[in-house]
Design a protein around this ligand. Structure first.
Ligand code: ADP
Ligand code: MG
Ligand code: MG
Length: 875
C-alpha cells in the first residue's frame, strides 16, 4: 500500500487522502505555481497509526526515505549534509482546515554541523543561527513537550542583558550562546539530549504531528465544528524557503478578498525578515499588504496575479500563505478563506457579476448557519458616546459585556450566564474555550490575521485586534487607555465592524437585510422547491416573518396569547372555575381578546396562510407555582387568618394540587384538553372565525388552517374536527360569510406517525412537531435530558449530535418519513410541513426536502437561512 506521495505524483487526489493542505499543494504544483517541493504522508497512515496503538505501518519508513531521496535529487540538497544541507518543514494538514490547532515544525535538519554549512552557504551566519534556534524551540515544544516559556525567558534575558529592543539586533554570536543554553534547557526538562541526527528528527516529528491530531485544542475544535474524529491528519514534508534571510525577504498571509467585508481587493499582512509563524502568532504587529507594493513592487504584482489565478481556479475566495526569499515569491498554502456572513454574501454576489460562477453555484458558497450573524443587533448609531479606544476591525458585530482577562474565567462566568468580553494582549490556540464563551474578543497586539481574529471570524463573533492604545495589566486585571481605566468586571461595548471600544453598555438596534442579501435570497427563492414559513404568535413577529420573506405562518401558538400578564387572571379564572357557568363567563371574557389577536395577525399576513394551533400545554402552566402558594397560605394563616386573600390562595392551591401531574409532558395537554374541556377549544375556534369574518369584510383574504395538537389516535381528531366544523358553521350563519379553511393535525407522537394513513382521513394537512416527536420517540424529557445527560451523550459520541438541534434521521426521521408516506397514501394532496425547531436547521431542512414536504417552519430570525438552506437542498 502506498502511504507517501510526492507533490507532483498524482494526477487527481482528493483532500480525503492528502488532507486539505497536501491536496492544494499538489494542485498548485500541477498548475505551475512556485511551491517548494515535497511529499505528503496520507491521512490513511494516520488512521492506521491510531488503529494499531500509535504504531506507524511498517512500509512507511521505507517510503518516506524513498520520497526523501527524490526530494534531495530535485533540490540538489541533502538532509544532514554539512556542505549543502536540505532543510524541511513537517506540516500537519487535515481534511478540514483546523487553523493552528495541530503542530508544524520548521527548519528540520539543523544541527551543529549543518548550521555551519548554512552560515557559509548563505554568507549569513546570523540567519543560520537564528533558524537553528527556532528549530530547537519548535522541535522541543512539539516533539519533546518542553514549554515555550523556558525558551522565551532565556531570550528575554538576552535582550535585557544587551539592552536590545528588537530581535533583529541579536547577533550570530549571541545566538550561539543562546543555542547552547536552549540545549541545556532541553536536557534539564526532558530525560534526553537534543537529537542531532536529522533522520531521527524527521521520524520523531512525523509521529508528533500525528499525535497532535488528538491534542486537547484540536479535539475541542473538531467538536465545535462537528468534524469527525476518525478522519486523521496528513503530514506534509516540504523543503524550506526562508523569509528571514534579510530585508529582501519576508513572509505573509493574503486573502484574495477582504474576509471581513468581502471587498474584492487583496487583503492581508506581512513581515519583512521573518519566518512563517511570526505573522499568525501575533507577536510582532505586521504591515498591511498594500505597503508590500512599495517595499517589493515586482513581488506584489506576482502575488496579485497568483491570487487571481487561484481564485479563478478554485472559484472561491482563497487564504494564502506566502514567503519571499531574496526577492523570490513562494506559495506555501492555499485554502478556502474563512469569512464573515457579510463577506460571504458579497463575494458570492460579486463573483456572479464577474462571471466566475452562476447563481446556483453562488448559493452554495454561503453557509446558512452563518447568516444569523447578520440578523443580530447593531449598535444604535445615534448613541452619541465617544469611543475610548480603536483597534483593527477584525470581525464585525456588536457586543456588550464584562471585561475579563483570562480564558478560563471567561468560560466559568459564561457558564453562569454572564456576558463577558475577553481582553488579552494576544490569544493562542489554548485560549479557544475562552473565545467560545465570550461575547467578543479584544487584543492589544496582533493583526487581522492573528489567531484571535481568524477564530472569531469563523465563529461569527465580534473581535477587535491590535488595539495598541490600550495598556493591559494582567497583574492588577485592568486596562488603561488615555485617562480611562477599565477594571476587571467593568462593562464595555465593542463594535467589531469599526474597531471601536466604548465604556459601559450601549443601546442596540434591530438588524435589516442588505441589498446583496436580498438579491441572494431572491436567487434562493427561484431555486427552492419548498416553502419556508415562520413560527409567530403576535403581529410583530408576523411582520418580521414577512419582512424576512416567509411564505406564511407555520405555527401560531395560541397559548402565548394567554400568558400575557393582563390576561393571565382571566385565564386562571377559567381554569379555577367550579361550575360550567363560571367557566363560560371566563371564556366569554377571553374570546374578544383572542379574536383581537387573530384579527391583527390576519391583517398583517394579508392572505398568506396561517396555521393556528389550539391550546397545547398542560393547564397548570398558567397557574402560580405550588411552593410559592404554600408559603403565601402559611404566612397569611398566621398573620391574617380572616383575609379574603387567604381564601383565594387556598382555593388556588387546591386547584394547583388537583392539576398537578407526575409527567406533564405526557399528561393532560394537547387535544386531550379539547376532548375533556371542549368549551375551551370552541372558544378558540369561534375567535378565529369571527376574526376571519371581520378581516374578510375589509377585503383581505383569510384562509385559516386550524391545527389540533398531540393526537395519538384518529378518533381524537375525528371528534375535534367535528367541533371545528360545528363552530365554523355557526359563525358562517351568524356573520353571513363563507369560510375557506383547512383542518389538520400535528404529528408528534409515534402512534400518530405509525397510523398516519388513518389520521389522514380526518386531516387536510400534517405538521410534524419534531420537538415532541423527538421527546416521545427517544423517551427523553427535553428539560431533564439537556441538563442532565444529553451533554454527556454528545461529548462522548453516544449520540452523534443533540437530537433536539438536528433531527435524528435514523430514528425520529423514520417516523416522519412513514408519516408522510402513509398520509399521502390515503390523501395524495395532503399538505405536509415541519414546525419543530429543526425547521430552521440546514441538515434537517435537506431531510424534509428529500421526503417531499411542502414547507418548513421556523422562528422569524431563522427564515433567511432556512430559505437559503431550502434552495441548497433543491439545487
Ligand atoms: P498551520 O496549519 O498552523 O498554518 P503550517 O503547516 O501552514 O501550519 O505552517 C506554519 C507556518 O510555517 C506557516 O506560516 C507557513 O507558511 C510556514 N511554513 C510551512 N512550511 C514552510 C516551508 N517549507 N518554508 C517556509 N515556511 C514554511
Ligand atoms: Mg498554515
Ligand atoms: Mg408539541
Amino acid at each position: 500500500k502506498t502511504f507517501v506521495f510526492m507533490f507532483d505524483q498524482l494526477k487527481h487526489a482528493g483532500k480525503e487522502l492528502l488532507g486539505g493542505k497536501g491536496a492544494n499543494l499538489a494542485e498548485m504544483t500541477k498548475i505551475g505555481l512556485p511551491v517548494p517541493y515535497g511529499f505528503t504522508i496520507t491521512t490513511d497512515t494516520c488512521r492506521s497509526y491510531y488503529d494499531s496503538g500509535q504504531q506507524l505501518p511498517e512500509e512507511v519508513e521505507g517510503q518516506v526515505l524513498d520520497a526523501l531521496k527524490k526530494l534531495e535529487e530535485t533540490t540538489g540538497k541533502e538532509l544532514g549534509s554539512p556542505s549543502n544541507p536540505l532543510l524541511v518543514s513537517v506540516r500537519s494538514g487535515a481534511v478540514h482546515s483546523m487553523p493552528g490547532m495541530m503542530d508544524t515544525v520548521l527548519n528540520l535538519g539543523m544541527n551543529d554541523d549543518t548550521v555551519k554549512g548554512m552560515a557559509e552557504l548563505t554568507g549569513n551566519p546570523r540567519f543560520a543561527y537564528d533558524s537553528y534556534r527556532r528549530f530547537i524551540q519548535m522541535f522541543s515544544n512539539v516533539v519533546l513537550k518542553v514549554d515555550h516559556y523556558h525558551f522565551e525567558q532565556r531570550l528575554e534575558n538576552a535582550r535585557t542583558e544587551n539592552g536590545y529592543t528588537s530581535d533583529t539586533q541579536i547577533t550570530a554570536e549571541d545566538w550561539k550562546g543562546i543555542i547552547e543554553d536552549f540545549k541545556s534547557i532541553v536536557s534539564a526538562q526532558t530525560d534526553r539530549t537534543f537529537p542531532e541526527d536529522p533522520k531521527e528528527q524527521l521520524f520523531l516529528t512525523i509521529r508528533a504531528v500525528f499525535d497532535s491530531w488528538n491534542n486537547q485544542r484540536a479535539v475541542l475544535y473538531r467538536r465545535l465544528n462537528q468534524i469527525p474524529g476518525h478522519l486523521g491528519t496528513a503530514v506534509n514534508v516540504q523543503s524550506m524557503v526562508f523569509g528571514n534571510m534579510g530585508e529582501d525577504s519576508g513572509t505573509g498571509v493574503a486573502f484574495t478578498r477582504n474576509p471581513s467585508t468581502g471587498e474584492a481587493k487583496l487583503y492581508g499582512e506581512y513581515l519583512i525578515n521573518a519566518q512563517g509563524e511570526d505573522v499568525v502568532a501575533g507577536i510582532r504587529t505586521p504591515q498591511p499588504i498594500a505597503s508590500l507594493e512599495d517595499d517589493m513592487q515586482e513581488v506584489y504584482q506576482q502575488l496579485e496575479d497568483t491570487c487571481n489565478l487561484l481564485e479563478n481556479h478554485y472559484k472561491d475566495m482563497q487564504d494564502i500563505e506566502f514567503t519571499v526569499e531574496r526577492g523570490n515569491l513562494y506559495i506555501l498554502q492555499t485554502r478556502t478563506g474563512k469569512r464573515t456572513a457579510q463577506a460571504a454574501i458579497r463575494i458570492a454576489v460579486e463573483m456572479v457579476r464577474e462571471q466566475i460562477m452562476d447563481n446556483r453555484e453562488a448559493l452554495l458558497r454561503v453557509d446558512p448557519d452563518q447568516l444569523h450573524q447578520l440578523l443580530h443587533h447593531r449598535i444604535d448609531p445615534v448613541h452619541g458616546r465617544p469611543q475610548i479606544a480603536t483597534g483593527l476591525p477584525a470581525s464585525p458585530g456588536a457586543a456588550s459585556g464584562q471585561v475579563v482577562f483570562d480564558a478560563d474565567e471567561a468560560e466559568e462566568l459564561a457558564g453562569k450566564g454572564k456576558k463577558v468580553i475577553l481582553v488579552r494582549p494576544d490569544t493562542t490556540p489554548d485560549d479557544i474555550h475562552g473565545i467560545v464563551a465570550a461575547q467578543a474578543v479584544v487584543t492589544s497586539r496582533g493583526g487581522m490575521t492573528s489567531h484571535a481574529a481568524v477564530v472569531a471570524r469563523g465563529m461569527g463573533k465580534a473581535c477587535i485586534c491590535g488595539c495598541d492604545s490600550i495598556k493591559i495589566d494582567l497583574e492588577t486585571e485592568q486596562f488603561t487607555t488615555g485617562s480611562v481605566t477599565i477594571k476587571h468586571g467593568d462593562l464595555i461595548t465593542i463594535d467589531g465592524g469599526t474597531g471601536e471600544i466604548f465604556d459601559g453598555a450601549i443601546p442596540m438596534i434591530e438588524p435589516e437585510l442588505s441589498d446583496e442579501f436580498q438579491l441572494l435570497l431572491q436567487w434562493a427563492d427561484e431555486e427552492a422547491q419548498m416553502g419556508v414559513r415562520a413560527n409567530a404568535d403576535n403581529p410583530v413577529d408576523a411582520a418580521k416573518a414577512l419582512e424576512f420573506g416567509a411564505d406564511g405562518i407555520g405555527l401560531c401558538r395560541t397559548e402565548h396569547m394567554f400568558m400575557d400578564a393582563s390576561r393571565l387572571p382571566t385565564v386562571q379564572d377559567m381554569i379555577l372555575s367550579e361550575t360550567n357557568m363560571e367557566r363560560n363567563e371566563a371564556l366569554d371574557k377571553l374570546l374578544p381578546m383572542q379574536q383581537e389577536d387573530y384579527e391583527k395577525i390576519f391583517e398583517v399576513m394579508q392572505g398568506h396562510p396561517i396555521t393556528i394551533r389550539l391550546l397545547d400545554p398542560p393547564l397548570h402552566e398558567f397557574l402560580p407555582d405550588k411552593e410559592e402558594l404554600l408559603v403565601d397560605v402559611t404566612r397569611l394563616s398566621c398573620t391574617n387568618p380572616d383575609a379574603e386573600e387567604l381564601q383565594t390562595k387556598k382555593n388556588m392551591l387546591r386547584k394547583v394540587r388537583l392539576l398537578e401531574e407526575s409527567n406533564p409532558m405526557l399528561g393532560h395537554r394537547g387535544c386531550r384538553l379539547g376532548m375533556i374541556h371542549p368549551e375551551i377549544y370552541e372558544m378558540q375556534v369561534r375567535a378565529v372565525f369571527q376574526a376571519a369574518a371581520n378581516v374578510m369584510k375589509k377585503g383581505i383574504t383569510v384562509i385559516p388552517e386550524i391545527m389540533i395538537p398531540l393526537i395519538s389516535h384518529v378518533n381524537e381528531l375525528k371528534d375535534m374536527r367535528r367541533l371545528v366544523l360545528n363552530i365554523s358553521r355557526q359563525v358562517e350563519e351568524q356573520e353571513g360569510e363563507e369560510f375557506q379553511f383547512l383542518i389538520g393535525t400535528m404529528i408528534e407522537t409515534p402512534r400518530a406517525a405509525l397510523t398516519a394513513d388513518q389520521v389522514a382521513q380526518e386531516s387536510d394537512f400534517f405538521s410534524f412537531g419534531t420537538n415532541d416527536l423527538t421527546q416521545t420517540t427517544f423517551g427523553f424529557s427535553r428539560d431533564d435530558a439537556e441538563g442532565k445527560f444529553l451533554h454527556h451523550y454528545v461529548e462522548n459520541d453516544v449520540l452523534p449530535q443533540n437530537p433536539f438541534v438536528s433531527l435524528d434521521q435514523d430514528g425520529v426521521g423514520k417516523l416522519v418519513e412513514s408519516g408522510v408516506k402513509l398520509g399521502r397514501q390515503t390523501k395524495p394532496s395532503l399538505k405536509t410541513g415541519i414546525c419543530g425547531e429543526h425547521g430552521g436547521e440546514k441538515t434537517s431542512i435537506q431531510f424534509c426536502f428529500n421526503l417531499g414536504m411542502d414547507y418548513v417552519s421556523c422562528s422569524p430570525f431563522r427564515v433567511p437561512s432556512a430559505r437559503l438552506a431550502a434552495a441548497q437542498a433543491s439545487v
